[in-house]
Structures are given as C-alpha cells and as structure tokens.
Ligand binder design. Structure first.
Ligand SMILES: Cc1cc2nc3c(=O)[nH]c(=O)nc-3n(C[C@H](O)[C@H](O)[C@H](O)COP(=O)(O)O)c2cc1C
Length: 216
C-alpha cells in the first residue's frame, strides 16, 4: 500500500493468491475451516473478529464487531448480551450478516443467514471458560444502555466482584450466544487488476449447496 495520506491516492495490488473452483470444498463450513486455519497461521492479527450486521423490523441497519467463538456444521457462534441493541434487533428481525475481513490474506468472507440463540447449557459451557474479569463484566454492564460515567462502571464492577467473592460467578440471565445459520457464504480472494475471485455458496432446499462464481 502506498503511504499517501489521501485515501484516493492509496493503491494496493492484490496478488498474493488465487481461488479456483477446483480448490473449493463442497460444503462452505469445510471451506471456511480451511481458510480459518490458514488465517490463524498467517500474520492476520485477529481472524476471529467479524462485523455483525443486524436490522430493525423496518430495515434500519446497524453494525458492530463481535468475536467468533465456534463454528460447526450448523453455523457460526458468538456471545453477547441478550438485552443489547443487536439482541433487540435480532428478536424483531433474525436476518443478519457477518463479514470476516482477512485483509493481510487479501481475503474476505461474507455470510448471510438467521441468528438463533444458543441453549442455556451451551452458553454456560462457554461462560465458565471465560476469564474471571470478563465474567464479572457480564454482570456489570447493561450493554448498549447509557451510563453516567466511567466511574459508575468501575464502582459497579467492584460491587459485583465483592458479591461473588466467595464461589463461582454464575451465568447472567442476560448473557449468551447466537448461532448464525448460514443461507449464503461468499469467499473473496483479491487478484491483480481488481479481477478478484468470488465464489458464492447458496443453500438449496435439500441443504446441499450451489456454488456460483460472481463478477468482481
Ligand atoms: C475486537 C472487538 C471484539 C468485540 N467482541 C464482542 C463480542 O464478542 N461480543 C459483544 O457483545 N461485543 C463485542 N464487542 C463490542 C461490540 O462491537 C459492541 O460495541 C457491543 O456488542 C454493543 O453493540 P450493540 O450496542 O450494537 O448491541 C467487540 C468489539 C471489538 C472492537
């Protein structure tokens, strides 16, 4: 990338790799797994960070970063507060999109689908693996609500810490996961002269996947 401070003057050629139809695995989760492992072995700073887009019932969108915590044949899981803005939007409109921008690899993965809550048991299984500070913070923060000050948050944290000083920090009823069940998954690989490779997997009614190359 050129170092010019004017965004329009910055130029980057994408020439690191290519994606050919014959390299693709039949199932997008298997293809995701292959790319995810490659991203973890690359200099990509956080391959688990993904943008999550949600929208209100009347289609007003919002976007934020969340962390991918598992993926398996039925979808992609992240954890959050069930009373946050994103959770309220998912409750009224379960259609969501995820974007994993692996720009060091000159790749992106774009996913659309529906978000469903993970079970209490699954959320609990993950919650107990989180560091103590993160578990306390889940009790402290009414995510997405207005707070009066940093000091208020810190006082609340100390109060929660005292409350759970003896014994385990339980799973808050307002905290848990969502699984994004994919309907489409696009794998994008940057190529020279902006002739990028794009392959879109679309779920068929019988749960097999159709694969189309898209124009860049
Ligand atoms: C790198 C990074 C990782 C994040 N991971 C999560 C996460 O896994 N879960 C979460 O609820 N918020 C996470 N956040 C915070 C969200 O981006 C967001 O601020 C928060 O969830 C509130 O979003 P909402 O008000 O739209 O619901 C992360 C932020 C960053 C920058």
């Amino acid at each position: 990338m050129s170092s010019d401070k004017n965004p329009g003057e910055q130029r980057r050629e994408y020439a690191r790799s290519e994606l050919r139809r014959e390299d693709l695995l039949a199932d997008p989760i298997d293809q995701f797994s292959k790319w995810f492992h490659e991203a973890c072995e690359s200099e990509e700073s956080d391959p688990t960070a993904m943008s999550l887009a949600t929208a209100t019932a009347d289609g007003r969108p919002s976007l934020r970063t969340v962390l991918l915590k598992h993926f398996e044949p039925d979808g992609f899981v992240f954890y959050t507060n069930h009373e946050s803005t994103k959770a309220r939007q998912i409750a009224e409109n379960p259609n969501v999109a995820l974007l994993l921008p692996w720009l060091t690899m000159e790749r992106q993965i774009c996913i659309t689908g529906t978000a469903v809550r993970t079970s209490h048991a699954e959320s609990l299984r993950y919650f107990v693996t989180r560091p103590i500070g993160s578990r306390l913070s889940a009790w402290t923060s009414l995510q997405s609500s207005v707070v009066s000050s940093r000091k208020f948050l810190e006082m609340k944290y100390e109060e929660v810490k005292r409350k759970f000083a003896e014994g385990e920090v339980p799973l808050p009823s307002t905290w848990g996961g969502y699984r994004v069940i994919p309907e489409t998954v696009e794998f994008w690989q940057g190529r020279k002269n902006r002739l990028h490779d794009r392959f879109l997997y679309t779920r068929r009614d019988d749960n097999s996947w159709r694969i189309d190359r898209l124009a860049p």
